[in-house]
Design a protein around this ligand. Structure first.
Ligand code: 5RP
Length: 216
């Protein structure tokens, strides 16, 4: 069974969690690309925010209402956010940012009452491993990279917020300790480690079935 089909099944299951009148955070990536038509097809009255220009363009093209999430007049909370992931550990820790959208994705996930992760079965890993996506400030970039040590710039465009995209490639055992270190490093705008406490549910497409994992 193809991974694309697994992504589609997970996305379609997540679309069923959304109810009329909700504010919805839309993630980014190829799994979310399956979510958007499934959500649009439900014909609900939704107010959405998008985590990337690509998602915004897709959602608008499907006739969905997408609001700005910038500034003080934007929604201060969301009912639900749904997004893909690069790695999901048994502990519930998640790595995101393969598409370099992890800063906005984390802002949206933390604003939501419920954060649902949708993945194909290949994203389930025994343990989180490098690379961990980073968004860095341009200002002081060389000094930030020196302090991070094992970090490499990624050859991709900057984030929509002007951040430089890189990856932490050093080995690590404890995602929580690495997340704390990265968060405490001046010049790191955001990293792609999402704690289990942020994740309400993981919906996994496996073959023609859908599995649901609830992090402890
Ligand atoms: C983008 C992300 C994506 O959700 C993650 O990379 C998974 O992508 P895909 O659904 O294409 O496998 O974090 O920054």
């Amino acid at each position: 069974m193809s991974l694309e089909r697994e992504k589609q099944l997970a996305a379609e299951a997540a679309a069923q969690l959304v109810e009329d009148g909700m504010t919805v955070g839309l993630g980014s990536g190829s799994t979310v690309a399956h979510l958007l038509p499934a959500l649009a097809a439900r014909g609900l009255d939704l107010s959405c925010v998008a985590t990337s220009p690509a998602t915004e363009a897709l959602a608008l093209g499907l006739g969905m209402r997408v609001e700005s999430f910038g500034g003080v007049d934007a929604p201060a909370r969301l009912d639900i956010a749904i997004d893909g992931a690069d790695q999901v550990a048994p502990s519930g820790w998640v790595v995101k940012g393969g598409g370099a959208a992890h800063t906005r994705e984390k802002v949206v996930a933390t604003a939501a009452d419920r954060f649902v992760v949708i993945v194909s079965s290949d994203k389930l890993v025994e343990r989180i491993s490098p690379p961990v996506p980073l968004e860095l400030l341009e200002y002081g970039l060389a000094a930030t990279l020196r302090r991070l040590g094992a970090a490499k710039l990624r050859d991709v465009p900057r984030s929509p917020d002007g951040g430089v995209i890189a990856d932490y490639v050093g080995e690590f055992d404890d995602p929580e300790a690495l997340a704390a270190r990265l968060s405490a490093t001046a010049g790191v705008v955001e990293h792609g480690l999402f704690p289990a406490s942020l994740v309400s549910e993981v919906i996994v497409g496996r073959g023609e079935a859908v599995e649901r994992l609830t992090p402890a």
